[in-house]
Every structure is written in C-alpha cells, then in structure tokens.
Ligand binder design. Sequence first.
Ligand code: NAD
Ligand code: TDX
Length: 339
Amino acid sequence: MNIIVTGGAGFIGSNFVFHMLEKHPDYRIICLDKLTYAGNLSTLKSVMDNPNFRFVKLDICDREGVYKLFEEEHPDMVVNFAAESHVDRSIKDPSVFLQTNIIGTSVLMDACREYGIKRYHQVSTDEVYGDLPLDRPDLFFTETTPIHTSSPYSSSKAGADLLVMAYHRTFGLPVTISRCSNNYGPYHFPEKLIPLMIVNCLHDKPLPVYGEGLNVRDWLYVEDHCRAIDLIIHNGTVGEVYNVGGHNEMKNIDIVKLICHELGKPESLITYVQDRKGHDMRYAIDPTKIHNELGWLPETKFADGIKKTISWYLENREWWEEIISGDYQTYYERMYGQS
Ligand code: NAD
Ligand code: TDX
C-alpha cells in the first residue's frame, strides 16, 4: 500500500506518519509538505532513513508538482492533513487559508481522479459545525449537525468538506472525511493554547488567556486521532463523515491553571487579554458513529495525556527552542542544501 500523507511535517500529520510506519511496516508512506512556518522537517528526523518513507517538499496547490508525484508513486490512498490551521492567523489574513485549504484540496482530488485512487481522506475539524452554547451541556455535534462556521479558518475547512462531498457525488471519488475535536500531544506548534502555555510557563512569561477563559474545548490525545483515521481509511464507508472526539470538555482557564500546577508555576502568570474575534464558545463531539461502526474509543485519559505532553516538552526543549528562535526554518537548507 502506497499512501501520500500531506502536511506530514506538522503536528498531527507527523504523529500519523509515525503511527502508520509502526503499525503497517509493509506500507510505503510518502509525506508531501510545503514546510510553511508550521512545518518542521526536524520533526521527521527519526524516519528520514526509513526505506518505507519518502519526504517531498511540495505545495498541494502546485498542480504540476502534485501530478508528477502521483505519476512517480501511484498512491493507493491520500490522507490530507495539509492546511493552514491557526484560527488567529486566519483572522489576520484569510487569503492563504482559502488558497491552501480549498484550492489545495481540489488539486489533490483532481490528481486522484486523473490517476485513480482507492481512497481520498480529508482531515477536517469540529469547527465546521460552529459552536454550542455554554448553558446547553446536553448538546453535541453529530455528523448531521448543519455546517455553520465562525472564522475564516473554519469556513475554509467547511468549503473543502463541501468540495470533497461534491467530488464524491459528481465524479464518484471514493472519499471519507473525519471531523475531530482539539488535539494535543508531542510536536504541537507553540502558537496553540496548550504548547504555548507550557513554553511560556517554562520561560516565566505571561500566559495570555482570551476573554474570561470560559470557552470550552473537547481535547483528544493526538495518537487517538491517528488511530481513528487509520480505522476510517481501512474500514470506513466511502462517502461518509466520521466525528472523532473523546468526551473530554474543559474550560481554557482550567487547562491553563492545570499546566501552571504541573510545572510548579504561579497562577499570577495568567494574564487576561482581549478576546478572539468571533470566538467560538464550546465544541463537543458526539463520537457514537465511529464507536458503533468502527469500534473506535479513545485510549488516553486527559489526566495522563497532559502529563505525557508536558514531559515531552520538558524532554524536547531543543525542538521548541529552535521554533521560537526561528532556526528550524533553516533546517531544510542545512540538511538538503536548497530551499
Ligand atoms: P499544523 O499547522 O501543525 O500542520 C500543517 C502542516 O501542513 C504543516 O507541516 C505545513 O507545512 C503543511 N502545509 C501547510 N500548507 C501547505 C501547502 N499549501 N502544501 C503542503 N503542505 C502545507 O496543523 P495540525 O494541527 O497538524 O492540523 C492538521 C490537520 O488537522 C489540518 O487540516 C487541521 O485543519 C486538522 N485539525 C486539526 C486539529 C487540531 O487540534 N490541531 C483538530 C482537528 C482537525
Ligand atoms: O493564547 C491563546 N489564548 C487563549 O485563550 C491561544 C492561542 C488560545 N486561546 C484560546 C482560544 C480557544 O478558545 O484557547 C482555545 C484553544 O485555542 P487554539 O489552541 O488556538 O485552538 P482552537 O482555536 O480551538 O482550534 C484548534 O482546534 C480545532 C486547532 O488550532 C484547529 O486547527 C482545529 O481545527
């Protein structure tokens, strides 16, 4: 089985690459990644010499390059993680989100139509459902919840999902979509809540909490997400959407306080800052479908996952210090002598 994994130098994509190489030692994994600010080739250091792994620096919007890669590799499947993923950046500048998240998705699917494919899997997000009110803990996102987006990021992801379903209906492309809640774990880029708070705590820097910190997110350990995608691409039904989440809702402020506590830092580091524009209040996934149809259940409890994650950031300072200093962006040139 040849699988193209796009965005595999990012947070979830890299964890998926590791998962697949370990769980399916007979598969060939081709990682296609543009190496934007969020992509870090040093993350993939441990698999670069694996004969079943190939890294290709490429933009998913580059039609010629993508088609050439399909001609070379004859992939059986494509799993598309490549995206601009940070809501705050999408509020500052939506355009690259539309380009990568929507146009890039269409280029990948055109290549799948041109060369044939067993499965195209789109890694989507619970944010396409918009948000839920804080005073209705009985409500959850199911796969039939209407798309109702808030940010340019979530709108671009929703646009991509609509295109994916359209390519299935119009062209018969064998697609699946997963919509997952907030992930956390190793290699999470330190602009997102959990790694940002860990790194700032370690530098005794202020911990910027938006608004009153009452927004709720449904956290899932990244390896549980990777297992869910592995199950969907092998056993999921073509044309279907699967929600992925672990019923682990937490207020932002409680997460930040927990991180302070775990690292022995004072809560006085917490600084309330201006709220995010259009800030979604609550995300909460109903994962009944993936549980009933594919037998998926999360394995890592938040109490254990957050400890593992904090330990990882303590043991891998070099990884995030290079990001903060910007040095990681020269890693590719240093390794491969080209840009
Ligand atoms: P990330 O920002 O850490 O990584 C994105 C990767 O995509 C980077 O390696 C980047 O270089 C690459 N990339 C960006 N633009 C590209 C382009 N034009 N061509 C090729 N590569 C490109 O993101 P993440 O948090 O790992 O998220 C991965 C996917 O999962 C995204 O599609 C995101 O929408 C989705 N998702 C994320 C979460 C979460 O909590 N992080 C939750 C649900 C869904
Ligand atoms: O400095 C911060 N302070 C703060 O209060 C940051 C970076 C975030 N927050 C809040 C905003 C959110 O309510 O924390 C919450 C989590 O924020 P992010 O880590 O930016 O994640 P979120 O906006 O929930 O989106 C994430 O989950 C869904 C991913 O980044 C998306 O790619 C994914 O689709």
